[in-house]
Every structure is written in C-alpha cells, then in structure tokens.
Design a protein around this ligand. Structure first.
Ligand code: SF4
Length: 321
C-alpha cells in the first residue's frame, strides 16, 4: 500500500488506539484539530508524517518500542515507522496559540471553550527559548479574545518579538483588512487565512459573525505582498459540501496563488454528529488539489512554516506520495 493511501486511512479513522505508548510522546495541544482532545502522536516513515490522534474507537492500534520505533496495525494494514518528538505542538516548530479562547463560536472548533487567557510576548519568548535548538520555524495562531482588532494588536507585538530569532515566522489569525500589510512590514515569511468551508452558505452556517468575503479579500492582498507559495488557507473537508463545491473552492484558491490546506473534519464541538470523510474521498479530493496546484504552478513542499510544513493533519500533494 502506498504511503498516501496509508495516511488517508489513518486520517479517516481519526487516529489510533495507543497500546502502552509512554506519555512523553504525546502532544496535548490547544490548537489544531485535536485542540482540547485526548492528545496525539506524530508518526513518521521515510515517506512522510502523520498526526495520529488518540482515538479509543479506531480499528487501528499504535505500538511503540523503547527506542521510539513504532508500528500502526489495523485491518489490511501494517506500517512501520517511528514517533517524532514534538517541539511546541508539532515536530520542528514552535507553533503557539496566543489566545486560548474565542469570542466567536465556529461550530467545528473547540477553541471557544478554552480557558480564555492569552500569551504575552514575554510568555512566547520564554516558550520559544525552551525549544530553540530543535525548531526550524515559529508559527503563531490565535483565537479571538476581546475584539478582532485587539487580538491582532497583541499578535503583532508577539510577532515583532519573535523576529529576533532569525528563523521563518508564519502567522494564521483572523484578520482585519490591514493584517497582511502589517505582518509583511514585520518580516513575516508566510500567512494562512482560513476560508474554512467550501461555500459561502456553509460558512454562514458554521461561522456566525465571521466574514467569508473578507478572508478572500485578505488572501488576494496577501499573495500580492508575500508571493506565491507563501499564502495558505484551510478548508475543512466533510462539513456537508459536495465534491464539486470543494473542487470549485480549491480552484478559486489556487487561481489566486493560494495553497489550499484540505483538512479532513474532526467531528467535535458542534459538529460531533457528522461522519469523518472516508479515505477514498480524502484521496479523490487530494487528486483534484494536486491537479489544481500543478495548473497554477504552486508547490506546498516549499512551505517553511505552519501546517504545510508540518503536514501532520492533511494529505499534502507533492509531499505525501
Ligand atoms: S498540520 Fe497543522 S494543525 Fe496539524 S499538527 Fe501540524 S501544525 Fe498542527
């Protein structure tokens, strides 16, 4: 079985049951699809990396030896690899969530139920220094506490502080119209502004209070500033969109010069009742994405920060073969 099929199966099963895996390998994140969940492991082979969420209901099991070599076993599947050490949130990055809470309530997101605190520039500098010898990038994300403008202002102070480390910085926050220019002025390498859903109607249903067209505007502005292969946007697969709607969204992004990050749904928070997309659908949409990226001359393997550099949660065309 090819790696991309194995990875699609692992994502479609929502991870694996760890069997006797020591806790030191586990990441318990406040961001990303596993936020406030039971945690996850990062499993790698020579072919790629996958974030394996802890899922007691999965038919897959994860076992690890003392030296970190690991095996995932399930129906018709056995894949050998190793577990990777997490820096902050994922391997090789300090990926930091500033505001652990949100004034909005996107239905698929667990961040609004967070503790409602935010990290200052001092907090972030201290955190980055703890992992500086094992990271290639600093990535900054945030819920929205107070107001969009107040949260952006806090993020800019943090970004300015972490630029001192001289490694690529990526930022993904809910933007104002000025956010791309402000981040570019600070020397940020890459940005990710998430359209989240494949259609405007789904966005209105899933993300009350957020502006879909604002995200598209900000993405367009970002490509002009940061360049091709430096602007990303998450789109969740499995919120009720059709394949044609997802394909149209992918092409709209790639034609603008934006790299779509197609994220299989983690059924949680207000969408816990929805099924995970199956492996065949994940692979089919990845094929569409691969073709759209190629036509637009975009290459996710160039990513230096955030999710396209990590690749843990998504099938990434050109990386996962
Ligand atoms: S792909 Fe993104 S959300 Fe997933 S583990 Fe990596 S950095 Fe986190």
């Amino acid at each position: 079985m090819h790696w991309r099929r194995l990875k699609a199966e692992i994502l479609a099963h929502g991870g694996a049951r760890p069997e006797g895996v020591p806790d030191r390998w586990r990441d318990r994140s406040t961001a990303g699809p596993g936020a406030r969940g039971p945690g996850s492991y990062f499993f790698a082979t020579d072919a790629g990396r996958v974030r394996v969420a802890v899922n007691p209901d999965s038919p897959l099991s994860l076992k690890v030896a003392d030296d970190g070599t690991a095996v995932i076993t399930g129906p018709d599947m056995q894949v050998k690899g190793w577990l990777e050490k997490v820096a902050l949130h994922c391997p090789r990055q300090a990926y930091i969530t500033l505001s652990e809470g949100c004034i909005f309530g996107c239905r698929y997101c667990a961040v609004p139920s967070g503790p409602g605190r935010y990290k200052t520039a001092d907090d972030v500098e201290t955190l980055v220094r703890t992992v500086l010898d094992r990271i290639d990038a600093i990535s900054i994300t945030s819920g929205v506490l107070g107001s969009v403008a107040a949260d952006e202002a806090r993020a800019l102070v943090v970004v300015e502080r972490v630029m001192q480390f001289g490694i690529p910085v990526g930022v993904s926050i809910y933007p104002t119209r000025e956010t791309p220019r402000r981040l570019h002025d600070l020397g940020v390498a890459e940005v990710k502004f998430n359209v989240e859903t494949a259609t405007a109607d789904l966005f209105a249903e899933m993300c009350p209070g957020l502006e879909y067209e604002l995200i598209w505007e900000v993405l367009r502005e970002s490509v002009a500033l940061f360049g091709r292969n430096r602007v990303f946007s998450n789109v969740i697969l499995g919120l009720g969109e059709t394949d044609d709607e997802m394909a149209a969204c992918i092409r709209r992004l790639t034609e603008m010069g934006v790299i779509p990050v197609i994220r299989p749904l983690t059924p949680a928070a207000g969408v816990a009742h929805l099924p995970r997309p199956g492996a065949d659908r994940i692979l089919h949409i990845a094929d569409i994405q691969e073709e759209a990226l190629a036509q637009a001359g975009l290459d996710p393997s160039q990513a230096r920060t955030m999710c396209s550099a990590c690749t843990g949660c998504d099938l990434v065309p050109g990386v996962d073969l």
